[in-house]
Design a binder for this molecule. Sequence first.
Ligand SMILES: Nc1ncnc2c1ncn2[C@@H]1O[C@H](COP(=O)(O)OP(=O)(O)OP(=O)(O)O)[C@@H](O)[C@H]1O
Length: 381
Amino acid sequence: MNESIKSAVMERLRQIKGPDLEGDIVSLGLVSDVFVSDGRVAFSITVPAERAQELEPLRQAAEKVVKEVDGVQNAMVALTAERAPGAARNAPQPAAPAPRAQPAREEQAPAKPGVPGIRHIVAVASGKGGVGKSTTTANLALAMAANGLRVGVLDADIYGPSVPRLFNVSGRPEADSGRVLKPLVGYGIKVMSMGFMVEEETPMIWRGPMVISALTQMLREVAWGDLDVLVVDMPPGTGDAQLTMAQQVPLAGAVIVSTPQDLALIDARKGLNMFKRVDVPVLGIVENMSYFLCPDCGGRHDIFGHGGARAEAERLSVPFLGEIPLTMKIRETSDAGTPIVVSDPEGAMAEIYKDIATKVVAGIQRSENSPERGAPKIVFD
Ligand SMILES: Nc1ncnc2c1ncn2[C@@H]1O[C@H](COP(=O)(O)OP(=O)(O)OP(=O)(O)O)[C@@H](O)[C@H]1O
């Protein structure tokens, strides 16, 4: 069944002309492997990076013809950038960020149109999994809201979407009008998650090709309304998927979450490099699980060699945003779907997150005002 759908899909795609209206996308060798599972089809079309925006109609046309194939319930089509011959995307990164050089052709980000109504989009990223990136995303977003901003959260962590659990929201977003989805709302924050878009059983191999179109849909076909900041929980890691995502989303800046251990710091450095490569300002590093707060004696124990992230931030000349201790309360409240900023809004932990939120917003304003970016000054009201 899947094989026959696959060949019917390829057949239909022969109707779609190439980027220069010569030949068709199949004969030109632009179509990737086609994944078919349970009536869902996903594939990508390779186009020159600088023409990605202009070629959006090509993507839509491909999606449309594929949806017409018998047995296809859904189609996810992504445009992927052409790789420059001999480009070494996976080459090891230098430990320190290289001076900002002219990006290679493959890394040249296509123009990223903003999302109407959303003033700023901030990514929260980490070099590796399990460092508390989602917990930080949720509490940071709630702290921004506590500081008076209109905030949304987009959970782009396709491999382990945990934002629905953190905001205690579940179910499927309903369509508002036409194709526009209504985000779910948890603690006054509008939330969209890959977890709502992709069935839990969806095999991992499937998720990569789906991610960009699902992300685009979540950015552009969701009734976000007016937001000061949309916080994006990125998938952990610094590979191609993350790089592509950073290129696709019009980011105002990125926050890197790291633990004090050396290994996590090395990975955080890769995260910094990744954003620098796509010209997204790094707003700073947060050290999570920075020290252990003993629930019995209330004492502080630097069991992980605390302070590494601060030193690293200084060395790399990026702002250090703050230290979040390892405490049972953060874990229990996150896991119970009542993050500490809402369950204990006046507590010391909430204060730490609010302070980080203030620094992040100041960082956005600084980078907007920097001559390099040349954007007009923004005012949060
Ligand atoms: N400061 C903290 N103190 C105690 N527990 C924490 C802290 N930060 C995160 N945790 C716990 O660590 C676990 C992993 O956190 P989280 O899911 O936020 O990490 P992540 O980096 O997003 O992971 P993944 O890569 O799986 O998405 C969770 O159980 C969370 O409650």
